[in-house]
Write a protein that binds this ligand. Structure first.
Ligand code: ADP
Ligand code: ADP
Ligand code: MG
Length: 605
């Protein structure tokens, strides 16, 4: 017996533009039943009766807009349903439970219910146990009874009795800026129930000019850290941080991690949703993997040790449940990049791009770039704090910005295709039109589609206007467009921004394969240390004083560069003994102390 999940994407369902294929071809409808019909009210979208549906999947195939998802889950799952937003909409199965004095990390694709979990456990959303109809949902007493005898039950009891004080850093920080007109210092002060506001702002690098800025005038990173400070300043038992790393550089992420770990050290229960694996690894005592089908359903795996959980996530396989949730071939191997990397297949004569020492200055800011070269088949990672000139360097290489006086020339063996950091999504052009333009020919059904688009998972977005994409979708489309252009070298500025963890893994695997198999050079700026480590053969490390002066090293061998960069972050990496994957050591752990003493921040091969 199975439990049927039929989900309709209400935006994609367009009954006025299609031939009602789902209704026409449904074999159950043909027997005279009403398995799929149009709703009689409102927008008249399709409605699928999950009790009548036999799971044949014909509607899924015939829908021209890919609006339908039908999944068969094991029958037992029906009893584990925690919440469903409405008919034919997203549902969540199982819940992780918070643990006192620990950080529980939630990891999983976008749209698998992480924010829903945060809202439920914080008491902002009462789980309806699947009874979504008006007035049908359970009260807190029933919710408590349903989970009686479990940690989750005890938690809900505290929520019901008003004993579970919760503090949340919401996923979207822009909303805070529109709701609060004051400065960062004022916001933190308002929530400073523990007298720690000043200290927190200091730790998060907000003590200077940023504190006096109005939220609406802050950079994304400043706003994010202000929101983290405000949430951590509250006096609560449960703390939830939904994606605290967005917009922050690696140093700022490390500071956020220290603040969050500090709460657990004080005995608080903390839960963190995060796509940056280094941060999640560093932060979490335990992790819970969310898997399922984005926007259709999500299942919480149950908490595991961080080590087991992260490996399970990267393997795409949960040993305890014997569930494979990602194709084996898409799993992330031990390390994609051996020292020297693919560049070794090509001689020095195979330089795709070389540049002399470059200089550039803006009022109040100056940048110096050490000369270097990138070979065919090589991926160069670029790391450093915000406002040190990484984007400026990439623009000079890509020919978007003129190098300043005193610079040596940028010599290009080939043209460069560039993906800028900030993307414009305000166009009504379709994704297909953008990709066709980049490839110089229709992409659908082409070899390039197979070589590039398939790997980035944007095919189902072809008909969407750019203005209708989420941040993560727009990012994937922009990366695709960049890689579809014919060029000898490719420059990607912060491609992981807004991408979920699964997309980041796909990106790391694909960019490397793309460089190797086509002999292309790639330069990639990113703040996700694990991503940069996985994808690059060599690295450019930025130093200097943010917003004042920046210095870029020439491309350096990866192990030396990682050692220097991790040293400046105060983090150490080891190899996981089972999977061989790079892992970050917990601050103050035995290995962390040993490696720091030896100056060995990065593992040696
Ligand atoms: P995540 O945080 O993992 O990205 P969310 O919990 O935000 O996932 O959302 C899971 C799914 O539930 C998404 O498809 C989202 O569109 C849907 N969803 C979230 N909130 C609501 C709501 N209030 N009504 C209907 N659907 C919702
Ligand atoms: P990063 O990519 O490392 O964050 P950027 O290259 O974007 O750094 O910026 C480095 C510094 O140069 C910042 O202080 C920024 O404000 C300044 N800057 C960048 N572009 C310009 C410009 N066109 N005019 C004036 N200042 C600029
Ligand atoms: Mg979310």
């Amino acid at each position: 017996m199975t439990h049927r999940v039929a989900v309709l994407d209400k935006d994609d369902c367009q009954p006025r533009k299609c031939g009602l294929e789902c209704v026409k071809y449904c074999p159950v409808n043909k027997t005279g039943s009403d398995c799929i019909a149009l709703e009689e009210d409102g927008d008249a979208k399709a409605r699928i009766d999950e009790d009548l549906c036999n799971g044949c999947g014909i509607c899924v195939k015939v829908c021209p807009f890919d609006a339908i998802t039908v999944v068969n889950l094991a029958a037992e799952m029906a009893a584990e349903k925690v919440h469903q937003y409405g008919p034919n909409s997203f549902r969540l199965y199982r819940l992780p439970s918070p643990r006192k004095g620990e950080v529980v990390g939630l990891i999983g694709r976008n749209g698998t219910g992480k924010s829903t979990i945060v809202n439920i456990l914080s008491g902002s959303l009462r789980p309806n146990l699947g009874r979504y109809g008006e007035g049908e949902g359970p009260g807190w007493d029933e919710v408590v009874r349903r989970y009686a005898g479990t940690e989750t039950g005890a938690h809900f009891e505290a929520v019901r009795d008003g004993r579970a004080r919760a503090s949340i850093k919401p996923q979207q920080v822009r909303g805070i800026a529109s709701a609060f007109g004051g400065t960062g210092a004022e916001l933190v002060e308002r929530y400073d129930e523990r007298g720690r506001g000043g200290e927190l702002m200091e730790e998060l690098g907000l003590a200077g000019a940023a504190a006096g800025r109005r939220l609406g005038e802050m950079s994304g990173g400043e706003l994010q850290r202000t929101a983290v400070a405000a949430a951590a300043a509250r006096d609560a038992d449960y703390y939830f941080f939904d994606e605290p790393s967005s917009y922050n550089d690696a140093f700022q992420r490390a500071a956020v991690a220290r603040v969050i770990r500090g709460l657990a050290a004080e005995g608080k229960s903390v839960m963190v949703v995060e796509h940056d694996m280094t941060l999640l690894d560093y932060l979490s005592d335990r992790v819970d993997v969310l898997y399922g089908e984005p926007a259709a359903y999500g299942i919480a795996s149950g908490v595991m040790s961080t080590k087991v959980g992260i490996n399970a996530f990267l393997d795409g396989y949960l040993p305890a449940e014997n569930v494979r949730f990602r194709d084996r071939r898409a799993a992330l191997g031990a390390t994609s990049s051996q020292a020297g990397g693919g560049g070794d297949q090509f001689g020095a004569a195979d330089e795709a791009l070389s540049y002399g020492a470059l200089k550039k200055s803006y009022p109040g800011f100056s940048l110096e770039v050490g000369a270097g070269a990138v070979r065919k088949g090589e991926v160069v990672g670029v790391v450093g704090a915000n406002s040190l000139g990484k984007t400026t360097m990439m623009k000079m290489l890509a020919g978007v910005e003129e190098p300043g006086p005193g610079s040596d020339p940028v010599r290009k063996a080939a043209s460069i295709s560039y993906k800028p950091q900030y993307l414009r999504g305000d166009s009504d052009a379709t994704v297909a039109a953008l990709l066709d333009g980049a490839a110089g020919a229709p992409v659908e059904g082409s070899l390039k589609e197979e070589q590039v688009v398939d790997h980035m998972g944007v095919k189902r977005l072809y008909e969407r206007p750019l203005s209708g994409l989420s941040g993560g979708e727009l990012q994937k489309v922009a990366v695709c467009a960049c890689l579809l252009r014919d060029a000898g070298a490719y420059a990607l500025d912060e491609p992981s921004a807004f991408m979920d963890v699964e997309d980041r893994i796909a990106l790391a695997r694909f960019v490397q394969k793309f460089a190797r198999s086509h002999g292309r050079a790639v330069v990639i700026i990113d703040h996700d240390v694990q991503l940069v480590d996985l994808v690059s053969d060599s690295m450019v490390v930025f130093g200097g004083e943010p917003g004042k002066s920046g210095r870029a090293s020439p491309p350096m061998p990866k192990s030396g560069a990682m050692n220097a960069f991790l040293g400046s972050l105060g983090m150490t990496f080891r190899r996981d003994e089972r999977s061989g994957r790079p892992r970050v050591n917990k601050a103050g752990s035995r290995l962390d102390k040993e490696q720091k003493r030896a100056g060995r921040y990065y593992y040696r091969d």
